[in-house]
Design a binder for this molecule. Structure first.
Ligand SMILES: [Zn+2]
Ligand SMILES: [Zn+2]
Length: 233
């Protein structure tokens, strides 16, 4: 109830820009910060959303096609968007959700929509630590806008892959392959996985494989921000 009231008041009352603190009226960002956002508009590979000439499949995806059919991305993961994602994840700034989710919605309308949305699950340890799953918050907002169901418990993260940086690469890959289980009947469904940031794509790839194995006919990735780096499918 408190959340509903807070959101309602935030919508009505003038507020400060979430990034620089300047007066922004009813908008979440002031015009300057809004203009600085790194929209992911460059021609990119439809499968992995990495920059690619003329928007064709990139060489990497031609050589090793990822298991997901396409990736839709709202922003490039760069300043000052990274600050907003961190404010959401670690500062519990839930006011950021609608700004990020609305931009991602604008990217996907006009395409054939999936049957349902599945937020990237957090391991129960992370969920306890953080108190909420940012991907679930984004998925919930998008589901409302697009009139689609969201299945937050369709998959579970059974291995905590976050704190495994010290493990050898081979072990990390094995853990990632076994990181998820699917708990729901997704047979025959077209699914979009919702996540906040895509880096190498390997976590999205692992969850996609589990959903396809459970019978999903198509899996897309809808991601708020894409880190533009050398990828390693
Ligand atoms: Zn600002
Ligand atoms: Zn690609």
């Amino acid at each position: 109830m408190l959340n509903i009231c807070t959101n309602f008041m935030q919508h009505l009352l003038p507020q400060d820009c979430l990034l620089c603190g300047a007066y922004s009226g009813r908008a979440k960002l002031c015009p300057d910060c809004h203009a600085d956002l790194p929209y992911h508009t460059a021609a990119c590979c439809p499968a992995c959303a990495m920059p690619a000439l003329d928007g064709h499949l990139c060489g990497q995806c031609l050589k090793h096609p990822p298991p997901f059919s396409r990736t839709e991305v709202a922003f490039t993961y760069a300043f000052p968007l990274d600050r907003l994602v961190l404010a959401l994840k670690y500062g519990h700034q839930l006011a950021v959700v609608s700004l990020l989710a609305d931009t991602l919605c604008a990217r996907v309308v006009g395409h054939a929509l999936p049957d349902l949305l599945i937020p990237m699950p957090l391991h129960p340890n992370r969920l306890r630590e953080r108190g909420f799953n940012q991907a679930h918050e984004i998925a919930r907002h998008m589901a409302q806008q697009l009139c689609l169901p969201v299945w937050p418990n369709a998959a579970t993260r059974v291995i905590d892959t976050a704190p495994q940086a010290s493990l050898p690469l081979k072990q990390r890959r094995k853990n990632l392959r076994e990181a998820f289980t699917c708990n729901t009947r997704v047979a025959g469904k077209r699914v979009a996985i919702i996540d906040d940031v895509m880096t190498s794509g390997s976590t999205l790839e692992a969850l996609t494989e589990v959903l396809l194995k459970a019978g999903a006919v198509e899996v897309q990735c809808w991601v708020v921000a894409r880190a533009v780096m050398q990828h390693n499918f």
